[in-house]
Structures are given as structure tokens and as C-alpha cells.
Design a protein around this ligand. Structure first.
Ligand SMILES: NC(=O)c1ccc[n+]([C@@H]2O[C@H](COP(=O)([O-])OP(=O)(O)OC[C@H]3O[C@@H](n4cnc5c(N)ncnc54)[C@H](O)[C@@H]3O)[C@@H](O)[C@H]2O)c1
Length: 432
């Protein structure tokens, strides 16, 4: 099947490469000429484990190509929209400018029955808008608009795409359902649950999933605060509740608050949609507020652990919103680091893959080339992102490099008793 993918970011690039690997003929289209030029030179513009080999193999076997030319859409049976849907400045609604522009472009170029599939996360009713745009431009077009939200996680995107817990397809048209069955045929063979719903239901399912996960993280973060106040251990609480199958263990790691390209903007957009529909989601409104506060609280926690930071140097390990990605969108570091700087600290940081993205967003940081470099001469070390390479640092070496042996571990990757035995003043999250 011929597939066109509009938007070659984290989602479009991974989806396009995986569809090609399923055996489809895929063209990835992006307006960003620099990105396409790099892809055509064999470079991958984002960091995602395994993606470079997957792309190289499918390009070599002529199933995957990259272009800036929208007219590559011609002849595609399925055209996926995977462009960004950031928060609109000011009101938190999803900004659909890129989605609408893509719909206009598609309208002019489709021929024969075409399924237009929204992979971007879009508010309920966006499918209706895309349909209206295409119909306005081309009264005679034979097409159907389908919602197929993406649930992959950066850092394990390929595995998530190829072995998803489920695929959700919102379609109103039987011909479109047949095309979508063909698109996901390898997953049918794997017995992946494929859930066909109405389009609006599918659109809302994506927001409901992200809002629930954001709420789960926020719940355990509040439990962590409570644990600190009453002398309990949040990791054991998380394990104790997570073994209950009704609760499940994932997304119960206390930390500095959720960030990333999805949860912050999607929770806000859901809050807006719900208010507009006069059915407010107060749980999610509370989640958003608590998470914003959490990031600021974490800066204070660091200041307290160091006994004030004015004039001090802080080493920071990890800046991306989570490990195994270079994505800095809404990372907790973007709140925490400037707050430390505002309190008078100098920050020297190391991130294994995030420097390129972080540098323009975090002015005034000194970037270092490794974890020990970031610790050298610092008055304290803060672990902000739990990259694997930070999990087994040589504590003796670290201690000799730090000016004072203070470690603030916002990801709970070290053991409090062990760290104290090694002579550190060690602060973590929700543990006595
Ligand atoms: N990143 C994730 O982990 C993730 C997971 C699930 C869902 N999503 C959703 O997927 C969508 C895309 O997210 P992303 O992280 O891949 O975004 P991104 O910003 O990394 O990529 C979007 C790409 O679309 C391109 N683009 C914009 N308008 C275009 C047009 N008219 N024609 C061609 N290209 C165009 C941009 O140049 C950019 O390269 C969003 O709605 C997001 O919420 C993201």
C-alpha cells in the first residue's frame, strides 16, 4: 500500500519508518527542508534508539523516501497527518494551524478514494473540520477522514509502534476501515487489539489516556510529599499499590513532575475542551496546577538541601524530560534550572543527548562533557533525568570531585542508606 506521512517529527518519522518496515511504500513529507536534506543524506535529525538502522534499511530496500514536495501525496491510498499540535499561546487550546494547513494541501492533491488519517493528537471535532476543509477545496473528492491517535513513547518509540497495547481507529466509513485494516495488517496477525470506534470517540480516547497517566504521576508525587511529611517510603507505597492489577505498577515513579511534548499540552487542551463543552474535568485541572507547582517546589527542595545556593555552583545530571530522548519540550529542567539561577547559583550540566536542544533554551548554563565533569568543583549535584549511565556512578570519584558531598536525586536512583554510609548528604523524593 502507498502511504504518505505529512510531518516528519518524532511521531511521523517513527510511524513512517515502521509502516515501511511492515512492507508498505512510504513517503515522508516535511516542510522543514533542513530536516529532509539530512534524512536524504542518511542522517536522523532526532535521537531515538534504533531509528537510524530502521530508516537506513527501509531506504536501502526502496520502501521509504523523504521529500519536501507535498505533491508526493498523489497516488497514496492513506495520507497520515503527523504535524505538531502545540498549545496555543494564551489559552491552552491545541493550536491546529499546522493540521489545517496540511488538510488544505491534501485537498488539492488527492486522487481516487483516499483515507486521510489524523495521527496528530487533536481535540474532539477536528476530524469534522478536516473533512470540511477538504470538501471546501475539492467538492468532487472521494475521501474519508479517520482518527488514529498515536500512543508511542519517545525513547521506546519503535517497540511501542510495532508492539502496541492497542491501536485505536475512529472511522465513520466502511471503506476507510478496510484501508486501516490493511495498513495495520501485520499487527492483526500479532493479535494486537485494534479498536474501531466513532471518530470523536477516538479523538477523545487519546486525551483521556494522557490525562489519566498525567494524573497517575501527579498522584504518586503527592504521595511522595506525604511520605516525606509522615516518614514513609513512596517507593514501597508505589510497589504496594502497583501490584494490585486494578492499579498497575507503571507511571508510579515519584519525581520532579511530568514534562515532555505531550502531557503538559494535552492535559491543558483537555481542560479547555471540557470547559467549552460545559463539562469541566476538575481532576485534570487539579493535576495541571499540582504539576506546575511541583516543578517550582523541586527547585526549593534543591535550595534547601544545599542550605541556600547564592554564589554556589550546582552540577546537574540530565536535562531532557526523560532518558533516551533529546526532547526538551516542557522538561522540568526548564523550570528548575532558571529558578536555581535566579536564586544566585551557577549551573554546570551534562546531558548525554540533549545538549543541542537544551543550549538555546537554558542560557547561562555551562555544558560539560560527562557526569564527572559536571560534578567537578560543584557545591552539590542534582540528578534531574535518570539516564542509565547515571545509575552506577563511581561514588568515591564523585565525592572527591565535589566541593561538598551533597546529592539531590530527584529520580530516586540511589539508595539513601548507602549514600549516607558513603558520607553524602543525600536528598531524594518521598523516602525517609
Ligand atoms: N512526540 C511524542 O512522543 C508523541 C506521542 C504521541 C502523539 N504525539 C502527537 O503527534 C503529533 C506530532 O508530534 P511530534 O512530536 O512528532 O511533533 P514534531 O514537532 O517533532 O514534528 C512535527 C513535524 O511536522 C512538520 N510540519 C508541520 N506542518 C507541516 C506541513 N504542512 N507539511 C509537512 N510538514 C509539516 C514540522 O516541520 C515538523 O517536522 C502531535 O500532535 C503530538 O501531540 C506525539
Amino acid at each position: 500500500m502507498r502511504i504518505a506521512m505529512i510531518g516528519t517529527g518524532y511521531v511521523g518519522l517513527v510511524s513512517g519508518a515502521c509502516f515501511a518496515d511492515f512492507g508498505h511504500d512510504v513517503v515522508c513529507i516535511d516542510k522543514d527542508a533542513g530536516k529532509i536534506a539530512r534524512l536524504n543524506k542518511g542522517e536522523v535529525p532526532i535521537y531515538e534508539p534504533g531509528l537510524d538502522e530502521l530508516i537506513a534499511r527501509n531506504v536501502r530496500e526502496s520502501r521509504l523516501s523523504f521529500t519536501t514536495a507535498a505533491d508526493a501525496i498523489r497516488g497514496a491510498e492513506a495520507v497520515f497527518i503527523a504535524v505538531g499540535t502545540p498549545s496555543r499561546r494564551g489559552d491552552g487550546h491545541a493550536d491546529l494551524t499546522y493540521v489545517h494547513a496540511a488538510a488544505e494541501e491534501i485537498a488539492a492533491l488527492i486522487d481516487g478514494f483516499t483515507v486521510v488519517v489524523t495521527k496528530s493528537t487533536v481535540p474532539v471535532g477536528t476530524g469534522d473540520e478536516i473533512e470540511a476543509i477538504i470538501r471546501r477545496v475539492r467538492q468532487d473528492a472521494d475521501f474519508a477522514v479517520v482518527s488514529n491517535p498515536e500512543f508511542l513513547r519517545e525513547g521506546s518509540a519503535i517497540e511501542d509502534f510495532k508492539r502496541p497495547d492497542r491501536v485505536v481507529v475512529g472511522a465513520e466509513d466502511e471503506r476507510a476501515r478496510a484501508v486501516m485494516r490493511e495498513v495495520y495488517r501485520p499487527l492483526f496477525l500479532n493479535e494486537t487489539p485494534i479498536l474501531f470506534t466513532a471518530r470523536r470517540t477516538s479523538e477523545l480516547t487519546k486525551y483521556a489516556a494522557n490525562a489519566f497517566l498525567a494524573m497517575k504521576i501527579t498522584f504518586i508525587n503527592q504521595m511522595a510529599d506525604l511520605c516525606e511529611a509522615v516518614g514513609a517510603d513512596v517507593q514501597q507505597v508505589a510497589r504496594g499499590i502497583g501490584l494490585d492489577k486494578r492499579i498497575a505498577p507503571k507511571f508510579l515513579h515519584a519525581g520532579p513532575g511530568y514534562g515532555g511534548s505531550c502531557f503538559p499540552k494535552d492535559t491543558l487542551a483537555l481542560v479547555r475542551t471540557a470547559r467549552d463543552a460545559d463539562a469541566p474535568v476538575s481532576l485534570i485541572e487539579a493535576t495541571v496546577a499540582a504539576n506546575d507547582k511541583r516543578k517550582r517546589d523541586m527547585a526549593e527542595k534543591i535550595v534547601k538541601a544545599l542550605g541556600g545556593v547564592d554564589g554556589k555552583t550546582i552540577g546537574v545530571l540530565g536535562l531532557t524530560f526523560k532518558p533516551k530522548t533529546d526532547d526538551m519540550r516542557d522538561a522540568p529542567s526548564l523550570t528548575i534550572v532558571p529558578a536555581l539561577q535566579a536564586a544566585g547559583a551557577k549551573v554546570q550540566a551534562y546531558d548525554p543527548e540533549g545538549r543541542h536542544e537544551a543550549e538555546p533554551l537554558l542560557p547561562g548554563i555551562q555544558f560539560r562533557d560527562g557526569a564527572y565533569d559536571a560534578a567537578e568543583g560543584a557545591d552539590g549535584l542534582v540528578i534531574l533525568t535518570e539516564w542509565d549511565q547515571f545509575r552506577a556512578l563511581d561514588m568515591g570519584r564523585l565525592k572527591s570531585l565535589l566541593k561538598t558531598p551533597v546529592v539531590v536525586d530527584l529520580r530516586n536512583i540511589y539508595d539513601p542508606a548507602d549514600m549516607r554510609a558513603r558520607g553524602f548528604s543525600y536528598t531524594s523524593v518521598g523516602r525517609p
